[in-house]
Write a protein that binds this ligand. Structure first.
Ligand SMILES: Nc1ncnc2c1ncn2[C@@H]1O[C@H](COP(=O)(O)OP(=O)(O)OP(=O)(O)O)[C@@H](O)[C@H]1O
Length: 520
């Protein structure tokens, strides 16, 4: 097997990744930018590739280019740098922390792990308040994340339901880099703003506790705790302690009520908050299954609560994308391959169906027929005639077998497999995938029709290549030319090929249809 081309890597990307705008950067720091994740009041977030990462599933990062009103004065930059340094040392799975940042860049940026999930604001708006177990997990998780932030001297300052991401492993506190100014927060919704912040005060741990109380109240009841209205009306109710917690899980009422105290001194510390919420959970679970060996720590309990209560937050599917790292050998293919909405399930379904279909197709008698008739005159690569080989077979194209990577005919080796592909273990590399297939015949040569129909799941190209068949299965549609171009990059590929229906003859057979086989 030849090694995979060092010029390409695969990355699992969200299926609905938006394309870049013409002015968007193609690189940010060490990252290759793939598409836009979104734009908020503090900057634009891009999906980007960390080329140093060794696994497809970890390569995707989110890079935020900061452009926020709070950073308009040059004095803001040293403070930003200090805050990002502190954040980089935060050790909590509940906080999205920077992987890298550059505050000298213009504009500054920070990278963070890519997290697939749903904002708490969307989740509650769509489904209503959370059940008690999940609410307790959320409340404990947020309080733990905030307490670790505070221990590093960082008050979040802008916490609200849209800054809480629900992901399959638990809730995450996002957007910690820049605390919104009170002015900006007033515009974003006074509900989450403590009275002292509404009056223009700085972000403090106590103001984060207030935000925690308001978020937990919203998540538990599906309603705004101070009701609807203009920011001033809401702020007035907050200043008077006029909240409505009816419908909130009974055990949580006292601690949430105290967190919403108008006076910062009247609010509990996060340690008290965590203790109170854990006590509610333990009282409802009789402490069953508590770990042996003394009183569990807050973190142990949080882990246990998340394990028990955090269900039904599934990560959205991601789809494979092949990224070219440097100049291309041909200009037919776009530098990067971007997949569009809806293709994830269908692409994976097609691949699964393709693998299944091929295993059905290749019964034992077919396998025997796959053994190519290597003639004495052509020892390197035989060209089986149309009457002694099936019209469709699974083949390996290994550029190591090919003398000239730009010109055909193309050497292919029939392959098959006895076992089912192992799924759910991440996307295998080209060569690892190819190694799962056994040789089932002698190498032979074929030409590839320039307009051959190509269905691919992994080496897909531009969005306008998307293809849906009559049964709703789909993937990307390329041509034989694109496939030849792909082969010239050097990867080993496993494909199902169909030859032209031709009269028996001497020359290499012509491939008119190619379906890439891949799985994860
Ligand atoms: N680490 C991440 N992983 C995946 N997507 C992310 C990540 N960080 C941000 N995003 C996405 O990027 C988009 C913009 O996020 P951002 O936090 O900048 O904006 P916002 O929260 O909408 O507004 P604001 O800047 O006012 O907080 C959102 O759709 C968000 O889900």
């Amino acid at each position: 097997m030849s090694p995979r081309s060092p010029r390409e890597i695969s990355v699992l990307v969200p299926p609905d990744l938006a394309p870049l705008y013409p002015d968007d950067p193609s690189r940010i720091g060490p990252y290759l930018v793939l598409g836009r994740l979104g734009q908020g009041a503090t900057g634009t977030v891009y999906a980007a590739v960390d080329v140093s990462s060794s696994t497809a599933s970890d390569r995707l990062v989110a890079v935020k280019v900061l452009r926020s009103p709070e950073l308009e004065s040059p004095d803001a930059y040293p403070a930003l740098e200090k805050r990002l340094r502190a954040l980089s040392n935060v050790n909590s799975k509940r906080v999205v922390v920077p992987l890298a940042f550059d505050t000298d860049a213009n504009p500054p940026w920070l990278s963070m792990p890519y997290l697939a999930g749903e904002r708490l604001s969307h989740y509650v708006t769509k489904r209503g308040g959370l059940g008690t177990g999940k609410l307790i997990a959320l409340a404990t998780g947020l309080a733990e994340g905030l307490s670790v932030l505070h221990a590093r001297g960082v008050a979040h300052g802008s916490l609200r339901p849209s800054e809480v991401l629900l992901e399959s492993h638990g809730p995450h506190i996002m957007d910690c880099a820049v605390a919104a100014s009170p002015d900006r927060m007033r515009g974003l919704g006074a509900t989450w703003l403590s009275p002292e912040r509404f009056r223009g005060g700085a972000a403090t741990p106590a103001s984060d506790v207030f935000a925690w109380g308001a978020i937990v109240a919203f998540a538990g009841t599906g309603r705004l705790p101070f009701g609807p209205g203009e920011p001033e009306e809401i702020a007035e109710r907050a200043a008077n302690g006029a909240f409505d917690l009816s419908g909130l899980s009974k055990g949580l009422l006292p601690v949430v009520g105290r967190a919403l105290a108008p006076d910062a001194d009247g609010r509990p510390s996060l340690r008290e908050v965590i203790g109170a919420v854990i006590a509610v959970w333990q009282s409802e679970h009789d402490d069953e299954g508590a770990p042996a060996g003394g009183a569990p720590t807050g973190r142990d309990e949080l882990t246990r609560i998340l394990e028990r209560e955090w269900h039904a937050v599934e990560p959205p599917a991601r789809v494979p994308e092949v990224i070219r790292l440097e100049g291309r050998m041909s200009n037919r293919r776009p530098t990067r391959a971007l997949l569009v909405a809806g293709s994830a399930a269908i692409a994976l379904a097609l691949v699964g169906a393709g693998v299944w279909g091929v295993s059905q197709l290749l019964g034992p008698s077919d396998e025997e027929a796959l053994v190519a008739d290597a003639s004495e005159e052509e020892p390197e690569a035989a060209s089986p005639s149309a009457d002694d080989a099936p019209r469709t077979l699974v083949a390996r194209f290994d550029p190591a077998d090919q003398e000239d990577l730009a010109e055909g005919p193309w050497v292919y080796t029939p392959v098959d497999r006895d076992d089912e592909p192992i799924r759910g273990q991440g996307l295998p590399s080209h060569s690892a995938w190819a190694e799962q297939w056994d040789e089932a015949g002698e190498p032979a040569e074929a030409t590839i029709a320039p307009d051959a129909e190509v269905l691919c799941a992994k080496f897909c190209a531009a969005p306008d290549h998307v293809f849906l068949d009559e049964e709703g299965r789909g993937t990307w549609e390329l041509t034989g030319n694109d496939f030849v171009d792909y082969l010239s990059w050097g990867p080993v590929v496993i494909v199902e090929v169909t030859f032209a229906d031709e009269e028996p003859g001497e020359g290499p057979r012509e491939i008119v249809q190619i379906t890439e086989l891949y799985t994860d």
